[in-house]
Ligand binder design. Sequence first.
Ligand SMILES: [Zn+2]
Length: 347
Amino acid sequence: MSTELVFPYEIAPAAGAATEVSLGIFWIRMPLPFALDHINLWLIEEGDGWALVDTGFGVQATRDIWEQHFVGTMGGRPLRRIICTHYHPDHLGNAQWLAERFATNEGPLIPEMSLLELVTAHAVAGGTGAHQRSALATFFRSHGLTEEQIEITANRGNTYSGGVPTRPTTCQRIFPGDTLEIGGKLWTAIVGHGHTPEHLSFYCEEARLLISGDMLLPKISTNVNVWPVTALSDPVAEYVNSLQAFKYCEGDTLVLPSHGMPFRGIKARVEALETHHEARMNDLYAAVADGEKSAAELIPVLFRRQLDNHQLFFAIAEAVAHVNHGWHIGRLTRAVGVDGVIRFGAI
Ligand SMILES: [Zn+2]
């Protein structure tokens, strides 16, 4: 069995253009204002209109490109369904804007998504409960970030709302394992944990397509993270366990990821990601061999590059994910120091 991934497309569609990846299923790409500079979205012809999976970051630059697609790619035909994989701003950012733009006499479109993702969107945007800035600052401090680092991460303002300026208040709930008919074909909602609470990917066996969202990406590893709302959780295990479901997809399935290029080779990619996280864990065990360390002290072990503020925010959450995993599986000790910082040590 080949372990190579196959990339059938050499170039991604330009802004405002689309690539038909399967009959009636179009790949479009939108810019992002981060180091990760793009997201792939999927437009699916359905009857006299369109269904859409994910919506792009909710800023004017994306909406200007959407205007081009309304006329060009969509040929003036209406958007009838909005489906979201998860609550992150590059996916949910324009859901409400599009829902209102294509409102019918019954009102705005009602997005189809996981209820847990919609509730999380509102909690993060509203800064309620464990999503309060002060809770985040306390959490980051307990994992060893300096006050200066806390200032540029936890206290940098609510960037989520910046990317999702308006949010749907209601959804048509998709449950894990549900079958949806989209564009005349059946798609199964595959749940994924570890990246967000209840990410949904969509698999169409008939068309041999997997819209993987952020759960399965060709080049980069998905960010797995711990936030204060589930401070003791083990998202590395959640994520790797979730990946197992993709192994049941047909081997010739074309994966349509949110970032990077469409590819074939699901099993090889899942195995590479399993190996990646094992290697990261071994790096951590080696790094604490000479003494206990906090998650913050272990960031350079996991990320061997300079991080900007946006990346540091996710890097500390990913570092906590990995130390929590080591602790959960009995490979790391966990103790709170007199300074209130949690440190992890060798067993
Ligand atoms: Zn995401």
